[in-house]
Write a protein that binds this ligand. Sequence first.
Ligand SMILES: O=C[C@H](O)COP(=O)(O)O
Length: 240
Amino acid sequence: MTSSTSASSGAALDAAALARYIDHTLLKPEATQADVAALIAEAVELGVYSVCVSPSMLPLTIPVDADLKVAVVCGFPSGKHASAIKAAEAALSVAQGTDEVDMVIDVGAAKAGRFDLVEADISAVRAEIPAPLLLKVIIESAALTDDEIVGVCRAAVNAGADFVKTSTGFHPTGGATVHAVRLMRETVGDALGVKASGGVRSHADALAMIEAGASRLGVSGTKAVLSGAVVEAPANPAAY
Ligand SMILES: O=C[C@H](O)COP(=O)(O)O
């Protein structure tokens, strides 16, 4: 795959460079250890940045010569877990070798304007993830107003997160949008990374998210996105 494309820098972004933006993701409830082994093999083949899996799939077996990180979700997909439970889940994932934790906020707290509670929730998980390990905060942007997106991003900055991330990919309101990514990037500036996830189904989607300010992409249909093909949305998108 040698397709060249432009990104926010305006420089050409070939498939190999685009792959380094990607967390190759498998979060379906029905995923098996065999599915995860296949995910890892494909991740190595494609040269992506990381694999992103559910915590029960840890520990992962990553080839020793592979430049491949491990990311795991936390409080996923609803975010409606007590902070102590999210913190314990993060601590176990760290003990089992994850490099990054993608936690879900309590979206209801954001809808209520209780960004103090959002910050405390993030801080509780942050306390279990020592540097240089990374904490990414899933804000479920499609369920939030612009003001709520700004408030949650500021809470994530205050709590010491490393990234803000648009979506679980499992919420009925939808996934990443260029508008949300741009607003998140404007809010956090260069202080945090911005991960676009949920519904990134094509090469064009990926480039649009990067142009808007994404520094990481969460993608399940990675091979198609990197090949320039279009990944059709699942027939019955997962929702809860
Ligand atoms: O990053 C996590 C998402 O669940 C991936 O979403 P997707 O399956 O729409 O690519």
